[in-house]
Ligand binder design. Structure first.
Ligand SMILES: [Zn+2]
Length: 374
């Protein structure tokens, strides 16, 4: 590698091939967990990629303000609490603590802000009011729906697929009160034994997409520089979140760049509790170092789906050993900038690893530091 071509003015972080120029401060938001069960490798991969973007930006001198929310208003959480005979708030608190302990073991930086949906209900009410004011939402009984049917097109998802995904993510496309099946509830009327809060439209609770939109707007204003989450959140969650925020504020874009980490599969199937194929991070950490798990998740193109196998973890651990051996060598000073440049160029870890192994010494130590592999 010819490192001499790397001299010159600093280049911005590139995400998905596009530059995201930032001056000083960076606003980063990561869609967090629904705290109802233990952390699996699919979760960890998403948060490790967000962590790497955060580290690369800070390495290059940026002040990153990082927010990762907690989705503690959710039917899945309530259902799991009922199944266990526990209070939902207690289950959420314990699962969140367990998740955060696992993230700390994986050396994922503690976010500057960890807003929870339950604490952000007032902001969702403000969001719903703004959407109604601007004619982007309508009220049927105690429910406020937003006109988000354009979000699928904007996300490049055709109508039939959009309806399937809306149903899968419980957006109730068959709800007869909606003007359009792909509209989403910003505020959902609720009664009886459901968890609910008061609002100008009666008792109810926020919709999922509206929660994240409201949390971002409340923390960062109308625009965030880098929005992260799993690839499976692209539609409807991220598309509707952006549509709600942009309709409420009139400011485009809501997110300047999206970092959606590729889905983790097992034998070709998405890793999910419902699929019964979870690989739990805490189980892996009984045998493997946090650095090996980081290497497993990060030494690949960030946007591509991948298959977890025990052999892949063996291979990641072997690369890690090679990297440590390379780091113990002398020299490598001239290769160090190429390592940090590779990471700034679309978080290209495979290329950074290749350079670090070839150059050794300081180049390898730089990579160990930037990927938090010590
Ligand atoms: Zn979200």
């Amino acid at each position: 590698m010819n490192v001499s071509r790397l001299t010159g003015p600093p280049r911005p972080l590139r995400v998905g091939g596009a530059p995201v120029p930032v001056v000083g401060r960076v606003r980063m938001y990561v869609c967090g967990i629904t705290p109802y069960d233990v952390t699996h490798l699919g979760h960890a991969a998403t948060y490790l990629w967000a962590d790497l973007a955060d580290r690369v930006l800070r390495w290059h001198g940026h002040r990153v303000t990082l927010a990762r929310n907690v989705t503690d208003v959710d039917d899945v959480l309530y259902a799991e609490a009922r199944r266990r005979g526990e209070q939902a708030t207690m289950l959420a608190t314990l699962q969140r603590a367990s998740f955060e302990a696992t993230m700390a073991t994986l050396r994922v930086r503690i976010p500057d802000h960890s807003p929870t949906a339950a604490q952000s209900v007032g902001y969702v009410v403000q969001l719903a009011a703004a959407l109604l004011e601007r004619g982007a939402a309508y009220r049927v009984g105690g429910t406020v729906y937003a006109r988000t049917s354009g979000a699928a097109r904007a996300a490049g998802v055709d109508d039939a697929r959009a309806r399937d995904l809306a149903a899968e993510y419980r957006d109730r496309p068959d709800d007869p009160d909606k003007e359009h099946p792909l509209d989403v509830a910003v505020w959902q009327a609720g009664s009886g034994d459901e968890v609910s809060w008061p609002s100008p439209w009666g008792e109810g609770r926020p919709g999922w997409h509206a929660e994240c939109a409201a949390m971002v707007l409340a923390l960062f204003g109308p625009t965030v520089d880098l929005h992260c989450g799993g690839a499976d959140l692209a539609f409807p969650h991220h598309a509707c979140e952006a549509a709600l925020a942009e309709a409420a504020t009139g400011v485009h874009p809501f997110a300047r760049a999206w970092l959606r980490a590729g889905t983790v599969h097992v034998d070709g199937a998405k890793m999910a509790k419902s699929a019964g194929n979870l690989v739990l991070v805490d189980d892996l950490l009984r045998t493997w170092s946090p650095a090996a798990v980081r290497m497993l998740c990060l030494n690949r193109p960030w946007s591509q789906a991948w298959d977890y196998t025990p052999q892949a973890l063996d291979a990641a651990a072997a690369v890690l050993e090679d990297l440590y051996a390379a780091a113990a060598r002398a020299g490598g000073e001239s290769g160090a900038p190429a390592v940090s440049e590779a990471l700034r160029e679309d978080l290209d870890v495979p290329r950074a690893v290749q350079v670090a192994l070839e150059e050794g010494g300081q180049a390898a130590r730089t990579l160990v530091e930037m990927l938090a592999l010590r």
